[in-house]
Design a protein around this ligand. Structure first.
Ligand code: FES
Length: 373
């Protein structure tokens, strides 16, 4: 039974936005967040906590969590991501997931695939249950910002693997807004039991005469609605001919998105792409591995780092936990100041010499280096 003290404290916590001045006089932000969690509330001063209110299997090893965030979460829109933080074996780990299904009210859905070695993904699959509370970041990403201002323009959507989560959310949101969908969704999976949102995509296709959904899987046994085939020059030529004025959106792993950009980047009216794994095209496998001294000024540590691995991974391996989110150069949450030396951005190949902002997750050392970390 809840004591009168606890229930009145919980009431105070829950009414913090109204009683902000009084609560601020009584406790610090850290105390407020701590007691809120102790009392089973998701209220927080500024942080975003969300309760898991439902879990639903989409396909083998792919789970959708419906989350009810506190009022600190800003406006979310289709095509965006959120970072989920989890304490695993005494360390905080963060990973980004795309918004996936449409949810009612302020609830949001994230769809998570179990991956070999996927620390946070596997934790969410194995340990998180309905009723648990997760911490989220604010939403970020601009995949859909300004996309298709002309509602009559066809859409060409290319999704590979988990890339379908953002693409499905975009299509479903457009349909929910009353738009008539025109164009084609091409969706690749490696295994036939991994296709997600099958019923919903079939329903969208049935409801929108102008929309075609094509599935591709080279292991087609047990999946009659999938064709064989890769995204190659022949398929790109067919698409370029069929959709010369389309808005093209590609989402998938780094190699897939690179191929889509090369084959279709110049086709159509606009081309958007987002990778959920970085494509480190600038790593030269022929270059010998070098080792450098990395000085972390604020931590007072000096590490020996390799030229072949991201700064973020190596700093984490040394037992530190720098801020991070997407781990693929999008969210900017791992950005810190470089004070000296030279680093290379793996995505662009650009070198940063001396002072400037460096994204740790997609940068490696190219000389002895000093960071304000
Ligand atoms: S973690 Fe998102 S940019 Fe580095």
């Amino acid at each position: 039974m809840t004591s009168p003290f606890l229930s009145s404290a919980e009431g105070l916590i829950a009414r913090k936005p109204v009683l902000g001045g009084l609560v601020a006089a009584l406790m610090t932000e850290g105390q407020y967040d701590f007691w809120s969690r102790e009392l089973g509330s998701t209220a927080a001063w500024r942080r975003v906590f969300a309760r898991v209110v439902a879990a639903q299997w989409e396909a083998a090893d792919t789970l959708t969590l419906t989350l009810r965030p506190n009022r600190n979460l800003g406006q979310v829109s289709a095509g965006q991501h959120l970072t989920v933080s989890a304490d695993i074996a005494g360390r905080r780990h963060c990973r980004s997931y795309s918004l996936s299904r449409l949810a009612s009210g302020r609830d949001i859905c994230l769809t998570v695939r179990r991956e070999p070695g996927g620390l946070v993904s596997n934790f969410l699959h194995d340990h998180v249950q309905v009723g648990d509370v997760l911490e989220l970041s604010q939403p970020y990403g601009d995949l859909a910002t300004g996309l298709v201002s002309d509602a009559t323009r066809p859409l060409l959507m290319l999704a590979a693997g988990s890339g379908i989560t953002a693409i499905y959310n975009l299509l479903a949101s457009m349909a929910a807004s009353g738009r008539s969908l025109q164009g084609e969704l091409l969706y690749w999976e490696k295994q036939p039991d991994r296709f997600c949102f099958t019923e919903e995509l079939n329903r969208l296709q049935a409801e929108h005469a102008g929309l075609r959904v094509s599935r591709f899987c080279n292991a087609t046994e047990g999946r009659e609605d999938a064709e064989r085939g890769r995204l190659d020059a022949a398929l790109a030529a067919r698409l370029a001919g069929a959709y010369p004025a389309a808005s093209i959106v590609a989402c998938g792993g780094g190699a897939f998105v690179t191929a889509a950009r090369e084959l279709l980047g110049g086709v159509g009216k606009e081309f958007r792409a987002e990778a959920f794994t970085p494509s480190f095209a600038t790593i030269d496998d022929e270059t010998d591995e070098q080792f450098y001294e990395l000085v972390l000024r604020r931590s007072g540590k000096t590490l020996r780092v390799s030229s072949r691995q991201s700064l973020l991974e190596q700093i984490e391996d040394a037992g530190l936990s720098p801020e991070h989110g997407c781990r693929m150069g999008i969210c900017n949450s791992c950005s810190c100041q470089q004070r000296g030396g030279e680093s290379v951005n793996e995505l662009s190949g650009a070198a940063l010499r001396g002072q400037g902002a460096v994204r740790l997750c997609v940068s490696r050392a190219n000389s002895d280096l000093e960071l304000d970390l």
